[in-house]
Design a protein around this ligand. Structure first.
Ligand code: CAA
Length: 258
């Protein structure tokens, strides 16, 4: 297992765990952390033994944003040519579903990082927001695009334009959070969700994620066409035959990821 400076990784069964670990900066996303996160996620994504990834932080912070101190003096040219966040684009495109387990602050790039994931479980201590406007910038890692899609234009605009934070309950009501759980149960619940996903057929899980992602990027009619094609193509898999035979025979399916 690779040794990292700003994250910790672990494999539990078919689940790959990535824990952001820069406590001195509330897990602020500096270039090292982003590079390590992308590397770890790519390694899990390339491993057929991994069916789901959990991404988490600490009790105090999932991530308090991009690293302001690292960014402060940069020029537009440096932000473009030497983009410290380039790894997040790769992270957002992994085939494996990612469960974000969020406790404490998920602000700015931290909220944006959570929004690149497929499921967001929030501890009741979680706080979400896009405070970039208070720093004299705007969200730069997807906040102006993914937040309105998640919670609607008007609520997203209020958060982005004022920099206000919302608590876990408000985030759940708004549709940003899949489910809120007591802080003490967050990792256990994330593990259960991840195990449930990792127990399914991997190529089918990849297909489901790809079709879900299409809903964010294409028109409804194109998305429906894509879904129909993917659905039909899955009938070539042994796991489709196994899943349906298991239903008929009233037993649990034994998926072989084929
Ligand atoms: N970047 C760099 N360092 C950060 C940081 C960040 N985003 N957030 C926190 N830290 C550091 C603090 O500077 C502090 O370090 P020192 O002890 O060396 O001073 C340490 O983490 C602990 O933070 P605080 O003392 O501030 O903790 P607090 O409990 O009083 O406040 C907080 C917590 C409200 C989250 C506050 O730290 C804060 O407002 N952080 C910045 C949040 C923010 O603006 N995020 C957006 C960043 S810009 C961005 O993300 C752009 C983008 O879209 C790409």
């Amino acid at each position: 297992m690779t040794e990292y400076a700003t994250i910790r990784t672990e494999t539990r069964g078919r689940v790959g765990w990535i824990t952001l670990d820069r406590p001195e900066a509330l897990n602020a996303l500096n270039s090292t952390l982003v590079t390590e996160l992308a590397h770890a996620a790519a390694a899990f994504d390339a491993d057929e033994g991994i069916g789901c990834i959990v991404l988490t932080g600490s009790d105090r912070a999932f991530a308090a944003g991009a690293d302001i101190k690292e960014m402060e003096a940069k020029t537009p040219r440096e932000m473009t040519m030497d983009n410290p966040f380039v790894g997040l684009e790769a992270f957002s495109r992994v085939r494996t579903p990612v469960v974000a387990a969020v406790a404490g602050y998920a602000l700015g790039g931290g909220c944006e990082l959570a929004m690149t994931c497929d499921i967001i479980l929030a501890a009741d201590t979680a706080k979400f927001g896009q405070p970039e406007i208070t720093l004299g910038v705007i969200p730069g890692l997807g906040g102006t695009q993914r937040l309105p899609r998640a919670i609607g234009y008007y609520k997203a605009a209020e958060l982005v334009l004022t920099g206000r934070m919302m608590d876990a309950g408000e985030a759940e009501r708004a549709g940003l959070v899949s489910r809120v759980v007591p802080a003490a149960d967050l990792l256990e619940e994330a593990g259960k969700v991840a195990d449930a996903i990792a127990g399914k057929s991997l190529p089918v899980v990849y297909a489901a994620k790809e079709a879900l992602r299409a809903s964010l990027e294409t028109t409804a009619s194109e998305g429906l066409r894509f879904e129909k094609q993917v659905f039909s193509s899955l009938f070539a898999l042994d796991d489709q035959k196994e899943g349906m035979a298991a239903f008929r025979e009233k037993r649990a399916a034994d998926f072989r990821h084929r």
